[in-house]
Design a protein around this ligand. Structure first.
Ligand SMILES: Nc1ncnc2c1ncn2[C@@H]1O[C@H](COP(=O)(O)OP(=O)(O)O)[C@@H](O)[C@H]1O
Ligand SMILES: [Mg+2]
Length: 217
């Protein structure tokens, strides 16, 4: 059985990740793939229990390091129980947030040294890195306004403007450092336009014969 592909969607609050994850999963299913659409923090019963601790309450409820460890505890459970089994049976996994959220939120935003995050990531995620990461980029104020209108758990939204600016810059730096894995998409466009660009990235990077040749070198 060919291993499935692992796609992650990343970006700040209100960037359109959840909207686009659903569209992308539907489009991949239409090609005949089994698709597991999932999210972080969460995605398995244990990780969803940890999510409750992470997305509710005061902005400063956890230190950045404690937050990173809770995120990776949840990620470990999610990987073991949902993501790895899905990829091994050939399903495609579309995951709304993954390790880059830890790099951006707890790292760039919270000040946890990248060496700390990378060593935890190696231990927990190891070789099961995403095949493709779509990074939805938009000005902080537009994203926060969209997230505010949408409503929901707002612990991270409440962290302040400077935090969200560091987060945005952090994501762009992640993309710059890993151009083979990451594609930055302008998330200010309409949902339809963003979906088309996201799909083009999937076609170019994962579906076309060229992309296979390129990866095999
Ligand atoms: N391209 C877009 N343009 C305008 N509004 C959008 C766009 N994409 C999503 N939205 C709306 O913005 C809000 C946040 O989108 P959502 O997909 O929940 O973002 P995220 O998961 O990144 O926080 C939702 O109300 C959604 O309907
Ligand atoms: Mg979302």
């Amino acid at each position: 059985m060919t291993r499935g592909k692992f796609i992650t969607l990343e970006g700040g609050e209100g960037a359109g990740k959840s909207t686009q994850a659903t569209r992308l999963a539907e489009r991949l299913r239409a090609l005949g793939h089994e698709v597991v659409q999932t999210r972080e923090p969460g995605g398995s019963p244990g990780a969803e229990a940890l999510r409750e601790l992470l997305v509710r309450g005061e902005a400063g409820r956890w230190s950045p390091v404690a937050e990173a460890l809770l995120m990776y505890a949840a990620r470990s459970d999610h990987l073991e129980r949902v993501i790895r089994p899905a990829l091994e049976r050939g399903a495609w996994v579309v995951c709304d947030r993954f390790s880059d959220s830890s790099r951006a939120y707890q790292g760039a935003g919270g000040g946890v040294p990248s060496s700390v995050i990378e060593s935890i990531d190696q231990a927990v995620v190891g070789l099961d890195q995403p095949d493709l990461t779509l990074i939805f980029d938009l000005p902080v104020e537009i994203g926060l306004e969209r997230a505010h209108v949408r409503g929901g758990d707002a612990r991270f939204e409440s962290k302040g403007r400077e935090f969200h600016e560091r987060l945005r810059a952090g994501y762009l730096e992640i993309a710059r450092a890993a151009p083979d894995r990451c594609v930055v998409l302008d998330a200010v466009a309409t949902p339809e336009q963003v979906a088309e660009r996201a799909w083009k990235a999937v076609e170019d990077r994962l579906l076309s014969a060229d992309s296979v040749d390129r990866r095999l070198g």
